[in-house]
Design a protein around this ligand. Structure first.
Ligand SMILES: [Fe+2]
Ligand SMILES: [Fe+2]
Ligand SMILES: [Fe+2]
Ligand SMILES: [Fe+2]
Length: 400
């Protein structure tokens, strides 16, 4: 069945406000919830946070008071949506457990996007990034075993493997080399624009999360690991945001944001296993349809163009959380030694990369390496979850 959000009617804006009782959502069950339900919650939180921050930036560039007021009205609803969504997470999870869930999102969402992306250059950008977040999961899983004495499979279940990807210490590139070429807004497929917004938003929320929770730990190795990976998430935001064509007008960007919210709520409504959570996706979709209609009005008025010229004629296939184990293994065996040079990719270390490495390491091992050594020393082994057999790269095979 085709679904064109531009043709659908949503909830009128003045009917979207929720009271405390309606905002007081029931959190998911920490022991029995589907890990991918948690992934959908985290994804939508990232999307709503981006909707809020984008609207704030737009408002700061907007001289017209009436327009600012309309932005404020919609943004308040986005803020309520963010609360409803993120408050679905059960309070019981530790910061590290939530961290691993964030990296699971980064792995399975980015892998899915890489598989579906039609443009070769954009696809490469997702393939490149996924191998790094995959490795972050492994580093955090070892920290988790070491300081909380638990195993990451409690969080990721058997859905996502935990083993080395591109080693984290090699993610520290000269910032110049994190900037990609953007897609061309006039020729890019609509799905490519949605993919870029989605992954950018997810990485941005991970970056924000680590910069805030990192210092909440007492253990020096934990504090250091969050600093290290927090800096890589900064690189990832730079990497993904640069894929978006900066030639889009503010109204076109607003339109793409609202369209993407419709797309993702619709996707998750179609694929959600928890009926209570599904109801929230459906309610929010109906709110977003109205946000989209309002954005389309602004786009027509200020850009003098039809939304149909820039948006897809119907929603693309739903974004789906599912295991990507074989896909990630294939990437590991072919792209593990990639790094970036300018806006492209190379397989060997270059001068600018090595200079950066030297400067940031200061002659010491990175926290991401030490955390594995420390866990081996404490637990007698390193933590891995290899459900599909031995590591695809011989030198990274597990030896006890
Ligand atoms: Fe929203
Ligand atoms: Fe990450
Ligand atoms: Fe990342
Ligand atoms: Fe919205």
């Amino acid at each position: 069945m085709t679904f064109n959000p531009l043709q659908e009617r949503g909830i009128p804006l003045d009917k979207q406000l929720r009271n405390w009782r309606e905002l007081n959502v029931t959190p998911t069950d920490p022991d029995h919830a589907d890990p991918y339900t948690r992934c959908r919650i985290i994804t939508m939180n990232g999307i709503e946070v981006e909707a809020i921050m984008f609207s704030h930036h737009l408002a700061r560039h907007c001289p017209d008071v009436e327009l600012k007021q309309q932005l404020a009205r919609v943004r308040y609803i986005e803020a309520q949506q963010q609360k409803a969504v993120n408050w679905l997470l059960p309070g019981l999870a530790s910061v590290l457990e939530t961290t691993m869930a964030y990296e699971q999102v980064a792995v399975d969402l980015t892998a899915w996007v890489a598989r579906m992306e039609p443009d070769a250059y954009l696809k490469q950008a997702y393939q490149f990034g996924v191998l790094e977040d995959f490795d972050h999961l492994y580093r955090y899983a070892n920290l988790y075993e070491m300081i909380e004495h638990r195993k990451a499979e409690k969080i990721v279940d058997q859905l996502t493997e935990v083993m080395p990807g591109r080693p984290t210490y090699l993610h520290h590139r000269n910032p110049v080399d994190n900037v990609r070429e953007p897609y061309d807004r006039s020729s890019a497929a609509p799905i490519s624009k949605l993919h870029a917004l989605t992954i950018m938003s997810a990485e941005q929320q991970t970056m924000n999360f680590y910069m805030n929770v990192g210092p909440m730990y007492m253990e020096p190795i934990a504090r250091q690991l969050y600093q290290e990976i927090g800096l890589i998430e900064e690189e990832h935001v730079t990497h993904y945001e640069s894929l978006v064509d900066p030639g889009e007008s503010w109204w076109e960007m607003l339109l793409n944001h609202e369209y993407n919210e419709c797309y993702l709520y619709h996707s998750f409504m179609e694929t959600e296993s928890d009926p209570k959570v599904k109801n929230i996706w459906e309610l929010h979709l109906n709110m977003e349809l109205e946000h989209l209609r309002l954005a389309a009005e602004l786009f027509k008025r200020h850009d003098g163009r039809d939304p149909e010229q820039v948006l897809a004629p119907e929603l693309p296939a739903p974004v789906t959380f599912e295991p990507n184990k074989q896909y990630v293994r294939e990437l590991i065996s072919t792209q593990i030694d990639y790094t970036t040079l300018g806006t492209g990719y190379v397989q060997e270390a270059h001068e600018r990369f090595e200079k950066m490495q030297e400067a940031i390491m200061g002659g010491e091992k990175a926290p991401s390496e030490r955390v594995i050594d420390d866990n081996r020393a404490k637990s007698g082994h390193e933590y891995r979850l290899q459900t599909e057999g031995e590591h695809p790269v011989h030198s990274l095979a597990y030896n006890r």
